[in-house]
Design a binder for this molecule. Structure first.
Ligand SMILES: [Cu+2]
Length: 99
C-alpha cells in the first residue's frame, strides 16, 4: 500500500489523499472498503475520519481538510473483498498554509 497527499509537500488546507493498493504480484486490489483516520500527535484534536472512494482499480482517494500544521498520522483501515483486514499508518508532516 502506498499513500500520497497533494499538494505535496502537505500544507494546511484542502488536500487530496490517494491510496494505491497492490497485491504481492503488484496487481491492483479492487473492491476494498477503506477508511482514513487522521489525527495529530498531540492531544485535543478532533480527528478526521473519511471514506476512501475507489477511483480506478486499486486507487482510492478522499478529500481532506488539514486544519493544523504539524505532525499527523494518517491511518488507513479497511476490509478487503476476500475478508482480510488491513491497517497501516503513515506519518505526515504538514506545513503552515501557503500564501
Ligand atoms: Cu493539532
Amino acid at each position: 500500500m502506498s499513500l500520497a497527499v497533494s499538494p505535496s509537500p502537505a500544507s494546511v488546507g484542502a488536500s487530496v489523499v490517494v491510496v494505491t493498493l497492490l497485491d504481492g504480484s503488484r496487481a491492483p486490489v479492487q473492491g476494498a472498503d477503506l477508511r482514513l483516520h487522521g489525527d495529530m500527535t498531540h492531544a485535543g484534536m478532533v480527528p478526521l475520519d473519511v471514506a476512501l472512494q475507489e477511483q480506478a482499480p486499486g486507487t482510492y482517494s478522499a478529500s481532506l481538510d488539514l486544519s493544523m500544521a504539524g505532525d499527523w498520522v494518517l491511518a488507513v483501515r479497511g476490509d478487503l473483498s476476500d475478508g482480510r483486514k488491513l491497517v497501516r499508518e503513515f506519518p505526515l508532516s504538514v506545513a503552515p498554509a501557503q500564501p
